[in-house]
Design a protein around this ligand. Sequence first.
Ligand SMILES: Nc1ncnc2c1ncn2[C@@H]1O[C@H](COP(=O)(O)OP(=O)(O)O)[C@@H](O)[C@H]1O
Ligand SMILES: [Mg+2]
Length: 326
Amino acid sequence: MSQRLVSFERERILHIVKSLKTQLLTSLGLTIIGGGLLIPVISRKIVRPLRYIEKTTHRIAEGDFTPIVVYDTHDETQRVVEGFNRMISELEKRQDQLLQAKKLSSLGTLTSGIAHQLNNPLNNISTSCQILLEEFDKVDAELSHRMLNNIEHEVHRARDIVRGLLEFSRIKEFCLAPTVLLQVVERAVKLISSHVPPGVEIVLDVPRDLSLNLDAQRIQQVFLNLIENAVHAIEAPGQIRIKARADLAQKQVLVVVEDTGKGIPEGELGRIFDPFFTTREVGAGTGLGLSIVFGIVQKHHGSITVESRESEGTRFTMRFPIETEC
Ligand SMILES: Nc1ncnc2c1ncn2[C@@H]1O[C@H](COP(=O)(O)OP(=O)(O)O)[C@@H](O)[C@H]1O
Ligand SMILES: [Mg+2]
């Protein structure tokens, strides 16, 4: 009797173990199938939007604040993307405020610069006129001639300052057209050649077939200003090199103007593009050259950077996008 009971119990336990095994295998199978089905859903709902957000953060870092497209999924992903877009728009606002503050601070430099720069020639003109008026009967022809020459020279100086300001505020119409870069560079070099002292060599390494959408006159101004600065920085003998090449992978053209001049002290590097920043003696430079260059390059959707080592030289690198619309 007891033996039958034992065998019955054993049968029952074996049955339970078997059914547990089946249940375990079934649930394992179901989990695997469910997991397999869930992977594409997770990828579509979570991984893909995360990748998109990651890509967008890189875009924002490069200054592109276009918001992400929001899809009506009514879930957490939609809320995250909406929150992300709010952050982008806040960032853009802050960036604009920063730019505005920077503009206002350069306006301050600009106004005091204009006052300072125009004051010098006006004072000189006024002194020369006073001498001429007070000593009208006594001064000889030679002195009057010298005074008048001086007045004319100062008037030209004031005119140059005003011209520079007009260029700085970009009053003339701006128009891009396909332009052979080498032609613009050669024209600028020709125009400045009379100011290049002997012993200063200008070397061009610009492909003849490199053409870009440019405002030729303004880009010529860029080269004139950069070459002029390089000439002033070089104590002959020295070299100014102008190089250009297309970087098709980055869809941009790199233009370099470098010199073997005295270089720029590190403390001044951050200020050289400020209007009226100059280290040249009073009356020699307006300090507008590089701020004009900066404005023109920016208008072409390009960028300009500077590297310099004292007593070795300076290199300005400009980058222009290859597809710039007119
Ligand atoms: N190639 C260069 N080498 C050394 N210093 C330079 C160079 N280019 C510009 N600088 C510095 O930047 C200053 C500002 O240049 P710029 O805006 O052209 O005004 P300016 O030539 O009238 O001084 C110069 O006074 C000079 O100190
Ligand atoms: Mg200059």
